[in-house]
Each structure stands twice: as structure tokens, then as C-alpha cells.
Design a protein. Sequence first.
Length: 256
Amino acid sequence: MLWLTISCFSYAGTEQPTGGSYGLALDPVPTVNFVFLTPANAQQQQAKDIVQHSSILTTVRQLSQTRYVFAPSLDIVFGSTKGPNFDSTQNEIQIPYQYITQLLQHVAKTTPYTTQQQRYQATTDALLLTLLHEIGHAYILDRAIPILGNNETMVDNFVTILLLNDIDRGDEIAINSNQLFSIHAINDTPLSNNLFIQQHSLSQQRYQHILCLVYGSDPTRYQPLLDALPLVQQQQRQCNDIYSTTHQGWLYYLDI
Ligand SMILES: [Zn+2]
């Protein structure tokens, strides 16, 4: 399996979603709430700890102040029995602890990472991708955004635009975490039994589309990505246009 390393890229220029320029008094209120159900065993406790010690809660909360603003606010529940899923009747996103454990096992099995810190990072990166995906479904419904074309591709665009524009290391997450969810990486792993994964593992077409967006966002910077992916090379002239159109389209709907 091809594993992309993008260490040759410079990450300079990635932005934090909020700065201090508004001043404390005017900071917008977060519009997501995190709920952690009580872990039932040591493994679930480990999953909870991995999430709570990561930066993804801060990232998701900050974006809820500036980009996807929910009214009423959206609950994100960790420790549910089913999911990952957006439950529109409860207006909540549900993430089982078991899913986080399965992600960690998947990372250990399919990536070259050897240290616990690297594996935890890759696990929470993949979890961030999952959270943003479900937030995308929730946001499209909340804003009644017209679905023109495939709903999943529309959410892929939402997630990738946020990663590239608003999230530190977002390009790395877009490339490597989506690789973890590609169909050929999922086969015969513990993750393959999860309903969300069965519905969301990335076809070659969706995976290539996401990489095309990353490449198109800055062709000079991501030239090594193109070299590693001959299929994208065929589309390379179009990727810049596809990125620009997608970026403009989503900026219209994302608060700022
Ligand atoms: Zn989906």
C-alpha cells in the first residue's frame, strides 16, 4: 500500500481558526457541546483519554464559533452505543468509544508509525476527519443547503475546504487520514465491521477527488503529491479550477 509522507512540504502558513483580534468580550460563543458518557471499561477509558488529551476538541469548538455556527447548538456525544452518526432527531453526533479503539488498531496495523505519540496523533487526526464529516451532514441540514449532486462528495468538499483553510496540519490530515479510510486500506481490519465505515470507506474516485482538491489548492506546493499519484496527474490541469469553484461555493455558506 502506498503511504504518503509529505514531510517534504512546508507547513508554514496554516492558520489557526481564531486569533485574538476580536478581544475577549466579543469572542463568539461556541455552538457545539461535548458530552462524554461514563466509560464501561479500561479500553473505553483509554479511548476517552486519547480524545481529551488531543487538540481536536479545541479545533472543533473554535470552528463552531466562526465557520459552522449552529443555532441551536449541536451536541457531540462520545461513548454512544451506535455510530459514528449524526442523529437529526436528537440533533447530536454520536461517537462510540469502540470506534476510537478500532481507529487506533487500524493505525497500528496500516501505518509506519512506531511511537505511541505518532499513533495517537494519527488516530485523533482520523477522528477529526470523522467529526467534521458528520458536522458537514448536520450543517447542510441545519442551513438547508441545496444538495446538488452526491451528498457524500458534498461533505468531502466541506471537510477538505475546512482542513486546507482553517486547520493546523490540515493538508497532512487530508492526505494521510483519507488514506486510512480508502477502501483498500479498510479491507479485513477491525474497522471493516463498523457501519459508518461500511458506508463511508472511500472509493478510489472519492479519494482521488480529495487529493485533487489538495493539489489544486496550491499546485506548486503539492507537486510531490502529484508525482506520487499518477491518476491525479491526468486531472492536474482541472484540479486548480475544481478547488477554486469548490472553495468559493463553500465560502458562501461558511460563516466568517
Ligand atoms: Zn456521510
